[in-house]
Design a protein around this ligand. Sequence first.
Ligand code: GLY
Length: 392
Amino acid sequence: MIRYCKNIIMPVLVLLAGASCSSEADFASVALEQCIGQTRLALSHLDGDNMHSPRNIAPGDSVWSCREVSQELWTEGFWPGVLWYAYEASGDGQLRKMAAHYTEALEFIAKQPAYDHDVGFIIFPSCGNAYRLTGEEYYRTLVLETAERLAELFNPAVGTLLSWPREIPAFGGHNTIMDNLINLETLFWAAQNGGRPELRDIAVMHADTTMKYNFRPDGTSYHVAVYDSVSGKHKYSCTHQGYSDDSMWARGQAWGIYGYTMCYRFTREQRYLDFVCKITDAYLDRLPEDMVPYWDFMDPEIPNVSRDASAAAVVASALLELEDYVPDGRRYHDAAVKMLRSLHDNYNAVGTNDAFLLHSTGHRPAGSEIDYSIIYADYYYIEALLRLKSKN
Ligand code: GLY
């Protein structure tokens, strides 16, 4: 077990780096350098087996706990995605080699029927970034094939992709979760890059139906919407990973903000832009002072419950895109920068473990990954930092 000399050193390192009070450009550079350093550190502690993918680090542990790559592991695209972003930030050929190595292991996702909706979460951070950075045809083909696998989950009577085929009996019908919006990027992108145009139509129908049934009039979200699989009629909406059916699960809302910003990117439909501003404001208005949400905004035990740094990272990245689409984008930009500085200053894993960020919450109602470092938090954090750097 690797031991770290804890955390008298870490805040000193962060302050010495001067990131807290620096210009945005300096802040982004310093924070990205830390991410590159942490990625190299993590690689030095992994055995290079690309059939096992970093998932989380428990409080008190220092190295990534890995899970076997399989159809059922929704997070296995994020580590290759982190490696691609670290390569993009550094130009380091060794990081590129390792990114390709971990991406290769995911080829099987494109080749067999989708276990569930998460195939987009797996393929876009890995193969999508790989194609963007290398232009290699192999990766484009894998994204296109995965889009077809994903489309097989579409139910035209409902107008959405089925999220969890295995949970139809438990929910009593076709279930569609907020998170599923992120998979639409694979469909939109595929339709624009040589895939069938119908993939885009599916994504649009899914986005429109989710807008109706996964949100309340005040812009807060339900995690799950359930429909009759045959008639397509909406039956009810509820939670799975949130505090209650009436609450706002932080990462669910974050997926919505990221998802509808991305829908606007591909469609330029004003309804998505209006909607994402509304749900973003519902989120920003309820944030605690340090801009990092508690795991669910309505947990009555707040402030004595876990935060979710991953939700903050997802939203920061989304806002750095959304700012470009609206006339008053500066307020979204400033909110994103505050989130990133807060994550950097108070949730930083440097000196504690091999991740970028501490204090995410995976599935609190199931008692799983509470106050952990989790790989998707790191993925959206480095993505947001790259977006910030590109603006300065
Ligand atoms: N997509 C599952 C989660 O956000 O935890």
